[in-house]
Design a protein around this ligand. Structure first.
Ligand code: FES
Length: 83
C-alpha cells in the first residue's frame, strides 16, 4: 500500500490542495488503484512557501500544482505501482 499524504494546511489550501486531492482521487479511480493507494490529508508541514506539499511514502514533494500533478502522478506513483 502506497501512502500519499497531502497538506491541507492553510498555505497549501490557498494554493489549491483541494483540487490536487480531487485530481488524485480521479486518477486513482480511473487506474483502479483504490486498493493500492491510501490518500490522506495532513496539517502544515512547515514548507508553506513551497506548497502545495505532499508526501509519497514519507518522501516530501513540494511545488505541486494542478499543472504538474498529472506528470507527478504518472512518474512518481503510476510507474512505481505499475512498472
Ligand atoms: S500549509 Fe502546507 S506546508 Fe504549511
Amino acid at each position: 500500500m502506497m501512502l500519499v499524504t497531502i497538506c491541507i494546511g492553510s498555505g497549501c489550501h490557498i494554493k489549491g490542495s483541494r483540487q490536487i486531492i480531487e485530481v488524485l482521487q480521479a486518477k486513482i479511480q480511473s487506474h483502479r488503484l483504490e486498493a493500492q493507494i491510501e490518500l490522506e490529508g495532513c496539517f502544515c508541514q512547515g514548507h508553506c512557501t513551497e506548497g502545495v506539499v505532499l508526501k509519497i511514502d514519507g518522501v516530501m514533494v513540494t511545488g505541486v500544482s494542478k499543472e504538474n500533478i498529472e506528470a507527478l502522478f504518472n512518474q512518481r506513483i503510476l510507474e512505481v505501482l505499475r512498472p
